[in-house]
Design a protein around this ligand. Structure first.
Ligand code: SAM
Length: 290
């Protein structure tokens, strides 16, 4: 890891440099709290790399979850974010971010609160970019919420623990599951790069991965979301079994369902494409209709 964040005075609209992040952390006594998943990024080049991947100048508004002491926030502002709404649960960090918000009038708004309770519809626009070094304990839940509002989102550039990122981006095999199908049905999902635990203060016990999700203009294939959930849950619930057995909990006649969907009864969940899961969901709904 390199030293603390160097200010970018040219972007700051004020001559005095921003204090280094380490000074912000010391002044506001931001002892990292494990319960809040606090692992801070102080390396300006890494924050800059994530910010550049997010192309923050493009969306009308950037939602940043968990800005902490503001390393990534600074980088997003430096890379041209016109408006950032940053939702942070830790009051100590909210206080620490105040001087950054003062430095960038009308470009940075800090919201104190739980991101799980923050509805992106309140941002009042349909070109939202979401950028976050996510707290690991709520990352998947947040992603699932955002996927429910995907029509408002332009892109999501998110850091997860490596295993979760692999589950989101997998197209088959061990990591492939309901989360992969749901995310890829709605978005293109791209793994960008890994981040070593040493990049964080304090270092977490796991490697992290930055991924990008870009909502598709239309779903990958037609399907009812609840039916898609039902078939993926049943299929991955017994992922080692052939589908003709794995789907017994879903329907009394899996063979007929699979035939109607045009899928081999000997196939296993791990080998089905997202489009095939959609076909399965459509066939399941059609067979249930009286
Ligand atoms: N973005 C900062 C960085 O990269 O240095 C901090 C990232 S740290 C992994 C996660 C941040 O999310 C912490 O600042 C933590 O306080 C905040 N956080 C944890 N749970 C949250 C929640 N439910 N809603 C909003 N913020 C949360």
């Amino acid at each position: 890891m390199t030293g603390p964040t160097a200010p970018r005075e040219a972007d700051a609209g004020c001559d005095a440099p921003l204090p280094p992040l380490s000074a912000v952390i010391a002044r506001h006594d931001l002892q990292p709290r494990r319960a809040l998943g606090q692992h801070f990024l102080l390396d300006p080049s890494l924050c800059g790399r994530i910010a550049r991947e997010a192309q923050p100048g493009s969306p009308a508004v950037i939602l940043e979850v968990g800005p902490g002491p503001g390393g990534l926030t600074r980088a997003l502002l430096a890379e041209g974010a016109a408006r950032i709404v940053a939702v942070e649960k830790d009051r100590r960090c909210v206080a620490a971010l105040g001087e950054l918000a003062a430095r960038y009038p009308n470009r940075l708004e800090i919201v104190e609160g739980d991101a799980l309770a923050f509805d992106i519809a309140t941002l009042g626009c349909t070109r939202i970019g979401i950028v976050a070094n996510l707290p690991y304990n709520v990352g998947t839940r947040l992603l699932l919420r955002w996927l429910e509002r995907v029509e408002r989102i332009e892109s999501m550039t998110l850091m997860f623990q490596k295993e979760v990122a692999a589950r989101i981006t997998a197209t088959g095999g061990r990591d492939y599951g309901g989360l992969s199908v749901r995310a890829q049905w709605l978005c293109t999902c791209e793994r960008l790069f890994d981040v070593s635990p040493r990049a964080f203060v304090p270092p977490p016990g796991v490697v992290s991965t930055v991924i990008r999700l870009v909502p598709r203009a239309t779903r990958l294939a037609p399907a009812d979301p609840d039916a898609l959930d039902a078939v993926t849950r049943a299929a991955f619930g017994q992922r080692r079994k052939m589908l003709r057995r794995a789907l017994r909990g879903l329907t009394p006649d899996p063979q007929a369902l699979l035939e109607r969907a045009g899928i081999s009864p000997e196939a296993r969940a791990e080998t089905l494409s997202v489009a095939e899961f959609c076909a399965l969901a459509r066939a399941w709904l059609a067979l249930r209709k009286p």
